[in-house]
Design a protein. Structure first.
Length: 661
C-alpha cells in the first residue's frame, strides 16, 4: 500500500518554497485559498489522506475530501502528524529517490502501470530491496512495491523539531519525503494513527466499503508530533457537529450560492419557487419526524427533542397554499423523494444515521432571522399565512439550534455513529442542492401537478393534470369530511391531506379502464380499512368525487359513472338491513340518554361497516376502528361500554347471517 497526502501551503510552515497540492488548494504567493477564500492556515486543517491499495483491482478506498464530496480514495483529516523521521509525501520504493532528485525539490507525480515496470539498477536497487539509505531516524523497512509516485519535498524553518533533518542526512529539506506515521482525525471523528505498511507492526488496512481500520495512538500533547502550523489540538473541534460541519461545508456553500438562495435575499423570489422549497423541506422532514420519536435506538432517544420538530410549521405553510394549486418542478420533487427514501431506509438499517438529517435540517433554520422578513416583504406572507416555518425559527433565533448542537456533541461520540450521520447529512445536502437548482430559474414548461403539492407525505403517484379536476378533488374532500366528522376528529389535517391525495389518485383511475379501476379501489379499501377507515367511508368519497368531477368536466361523464359504480359496489358489500342499523342507533341513544344524536348514528354506521369488512376478509378492520372509537382515555366510560355492547350485538347478527334487507 502507498500513502499519498495532498496539502496546501501554510505561511510559516514551508518557508519561501511554494507548495501547491494537486487539488490546487492554494499557494504561498496568494496567502489565501482561491476556491474557499480563506487563509491557508485554515486550509491546512482540511488536508486529505489518500489511500490506494495497488494489490486491489484498481479501486480506491472511500473518502470525504475537503469539499465534502464522496469520491473514492481519501479520508478527511484536519491535521496530519508524524513520528520519527520524514515529512509529508510518498515515495515509490523503486524509483522515488530518483524521481525526487530529477524534480530538484519540487512536487512530482508520476502514475505508472501496475505491471511492466523496468527493474531498478544502481542507486535505485537499495530502495527496490526495501532499504532506504541516508535516512537517519527511520525505523523498520518499507515493504512491498507500488507503481504510483507522488513526491513532496519540504524546506524551511517550519519543519524544525521534527527530527534530524527533514529527509536527508545533515541537510534539512533535502532527500526523499518519507512518511512513517500519520496522525489525524478521520471522517468518523476518531483520533488515530495511520502507519505506513512495513514500518509498523500493525499495518494499515482497509475494510469493506473503503473504511479504514484505525487503531488509537498515544495522547496528544507532544508538540514534536505536530506540523508547525501555529495551531495546537483543540478537542472541542473534534465534536460530532464540527466533523459534520467540515464534511458538508462545501455543499452548504454551494446551496448558499445558488440563484435561488440569492433570490430569497434580493427580493426577486416568486411564489412558485418558495412553495417548492417548502414542499421539498416537508417531504424530507416528514419521514424524519415520524421516525425519530418512535425509534428505540438509545442514541436517538438521547438526542431527539421537541426543539428539532419543524414539520407542523412546514405543513401549515403548505396547507395555506392548498387552494392555489401551485404546480411543482419535477426535479425538485424527485430530490425530495430521494431524500425521504434514504431516511426511511436508514430508519430500518441504522436509526442513528437519521441524526445526520436532523443536523442538516436543524442547522439550516439559523438563517431564518434574515430570510423571514425578506420573504414576508417580497411575497406578502405572514405567520399562519404561508410564513409559519421561517417565522417560528426567526423568533427562536440561532440559540435554539446551538442548544441542540450541545446535546448532539455530548451524546454522539462513537466514530461509527458519526460516520453514518455524515453519510446521511451529505445525502440530504446533495438532494437539497439538486432541488434548489431545479427551482430557480423555474422552467414553467416542465412544471406539473404532483401529489407532493397536495400532501408531501403521500409519496409519488399519479394525479390529474387538469386544474378543473383537482379543484373537483378538493371540493369532494371538503364535502366528505363535513359529512363525517370522524375523519377530522381522529386524523385532523393529516386526514384532509391524505383524502386530497387519495381523491386525486382515484380521479385518474377511470382512464385506465373498468377492470383496473376495480382492482385499485379494492386495494385502497384494504389499506384504509386496516387504518381505521371502513369501506363505507370510501364508498361515500367515491360518490361525491364522481359528482364533482362530472360537474367540473361534463365532457367526461363516463368517468363519473365508473366511479359511481364502484361506490355502489362497496355499499352492497358492506350493507346491512336499514331497519337493523336504525335499531342499533336507537338502542345506543337510549342507553346514553341521548336523542337523535349524530355521533351515535355515525358510530353505528362505522362499526357496522368495519364488522362487514372483517367478515369479508379485511383483517384488523374492527380493531383499527375501536382502538380509537372505544378508547377509555378519550371517551367516557358510558360511551365505551355502549360501543362494546353494540359491537357484540353486531357480531351475533353477522354469525347468524341476519344483516341484509
Amino acid at each position: 500500500m502507498i500513502i499519498h497526502i495532498s496539502f496546501g501551503s501554510v505561511p510559516g510552515a514551508w518557508g519561501e518554497e511554494e507548495h501547491v497540492s494537486e487539488d490546487g488548494i492554494g499557494s504561498l504567493e496568494s496567502g489565501r485559498d482561491p476556491d474557499l477564500d480563506r487563509p491557508l492556515s485554515e486550509v491546512f486543517e482540511d488536508l486529505c489522506l489518500e489511500l490506494f491499495d495497488p494489490s486491489s483491482t484498481g479501486h480506491f478506498c472511500g473518502h470525504l475530501d475537503k469539499h465534502g464530496r464522496v469520491e473514492p480514495g481519501r479520508v478527511f483529516v484536519p491535521w496530519i502528524f508524524r513520528r520519527g523521521h520524514g515529512a509529508f509525501g510518498s515515495v515509490d520504493q523503486e524509483e522515488g529517490r530518483q524521481e525526487l532528485d530529477r524534480a530538484g525539490g519540487r512536487q512530482v507525480r508520476e502514475d505508472r502501470p501496475l505491471q511492466g515496470q523496468r527493474e531498478p539498477s544502481g542507486p535505485d536497487r537499495a530502495a527496490a530491496d526495501g532499504r532506504v539509505p541516508d535516512r537517519p531516524g527511520q525505523e523498520g523497512r518499507l515493504a512491498g512495491r507500488s507503481r504510483s509516485v507522488r513526491v513532496f519535498r519540504g524546506r524551511g524553518p517550519g519543519l524544525q523539531g521534527l527530527g534530524p533533518g527533514v529527509a536527508g542526512k545533515g541537510e534539512p529539506g533535502r532527500g526523499p519525503a518519507v512518511v512513517h506515521d500519520l496522525w489525524g482525525l478521520g471522517v468518523d471523528g476518531e483520533r488515530g494513527l495511520w502507519p505506513v505498511p512495513g514500518t509498523d507492526p500493525g499495518p494499515c488496512r482497509h475494510a469493506g466499503h473503503g473504511r479504514l481500520s484505525i487503531r488509537p495512538g498515544p495522547p496528544f500533547g507532544n508538540e514534536n508530533h505536530f506540523i508547525q502550523s501555529g495551531r495546537r489540538p483543540n478537542m472541542s473541534e473534534h465534536t460530532a457537529t464540527n466533523v459534520l460541519r467540515a464534511a458538508t461545508r462545501d455543499l452548504h456553500g454551494q446551496i448558499e450560492n445558488t440563484p435561488l438562495a440569492r433570490a430569497f435575499l434580493d427580493g426577486s423570489l416568486n411564489i412558485e419557487a418558495y412553495v417548492g422549497v417548502i414542499r421539498v423541506l416537508t417531504a424530507i422532514q416528514a419521514p424524519l419526524e415520524r421516525q425519530l420519536p418512535v425509534s428505540d435506538d438509545p442514541l436517538v432517544a438521547r438526542v431527539w427533542t421537541g426543539e428539532l420538530g419543524r414539520l407542523e410549521a412546514l405543513l401549515d405553510d403548505n396547507d395555506f397554499f392548498r387552494r392555489k394549486l401551485i404546480p411543482d418542478s419535477p426535479g425538485a420533487v424527485r430530490a425530495g423523494i430521494r431524500a425521504a427514501s434514504h431516511i426511511l431506509l436508514m430508519a430500518k438499517e441504522n436509526p442513528a444515521a437519521l441524526l445526520g438529517a436532523a443536523y442538516v435540517l436543524g442547522g439550516s433554520t439559523k438563517g431564518a432571522v434574515i430570510l423571514a422578513p425578506r420573504v414576508a416583504q417580497s411575497l406578502g406572507l405572514s405567520p399562519g399565512r404561508g410564513l409559519s416555518y421561517l417565522t417560528r425559527h426567526a423568533a427562536a433565533g440561532p440559540s435554539e439550534w446551538d442548544r441542540t448542537a450541545e446535546v448532539f456533541d455530548m451524546a454522539v461520540t462513537d466514530p461509527n455513529d458519526i460516520q453514518a450521520m455524515t453519510t446521511t447529512a451529505l445525502t440530504i445536502f446533495h438532494c437539497l442542492l439538486e432541488a434548489f437548482e431545479a427551482l430557480w430559474p423555474l422552467d414553467k414548461q416542465t412544471m406539473r401537478y404532483t401529489v407532493t403539492g397536495l400532501n408531501p407525505e403521500a409519496g409519488n403517484h399519479a394525479v390529474p393534470q387538469d386544474r378543473r379536476d383537482l379543484e373537483a378533488v378538493l371540493r369532494a374532500t371538503d364535502r366528505c369530511l363535513a359529512e363525517h366528522p370522524y375523519f377530522m376528529l381522529r386524523y385532523g389535517l393529516r386526514g384532509l391531506r391524505f383524502s386530497d391525495a387519495d381523491g386525486a389518485w382515484l380521479a385518474t383511475l377511470p382512464g385506465l379502464g373498468a377492470e383496473t379501476t376495480r382492482s385499485q379501489v379494492d386495494w385502497l379499501a384494504g389499506v384504509l380499512a386496516a387504518r381505521g377507515i371502513p369501506r363505507i367511508l370510501l364508498a361515500r368519497h367515491l360518490e361525491i368525487l364522481s359528482e364533482e368531477l362530472s360537474e367540473a368536466r361534463p365532457d367526461r361523464d363516463g368517468h363519473r359513472h365508473l366511479l359511481a359504480a364502484e361506490a355502489d359496489r362497496l355499499r352492497v358489500e358492506t350493507g346491512w338491513a336499514k331497519a337493523d342499523l336504525e335499531g342499533y342507533v336507537r338502542r345506543m341513544e337510549q342507553r346514553l340518554g341521548w336523542k337523535e344524536d349524530f355521533f351515535c348514528r355515525e358510530a353505528v354506521q362505522l362499526l357496522a361497516s368495519a364488522m362487514a369488512d372483517e367478515a369479508s376478509g379485511l383483517k384488523q378492520a374492527v380493531s383499527s376502528l375501536t382502538v380509537w372509537l372505544a378508547d377509555p382515555s378519550r371517551f367516557s366510560r358510558e360511551w365505551v361500554e355502549n360501543v362494546t355492547f353494540i359491537l357484540a350485538d353486531m357480531e351475533k347478527a353477522i354469525k347468524s347471517g341476519d344483516t341484509k334487507d
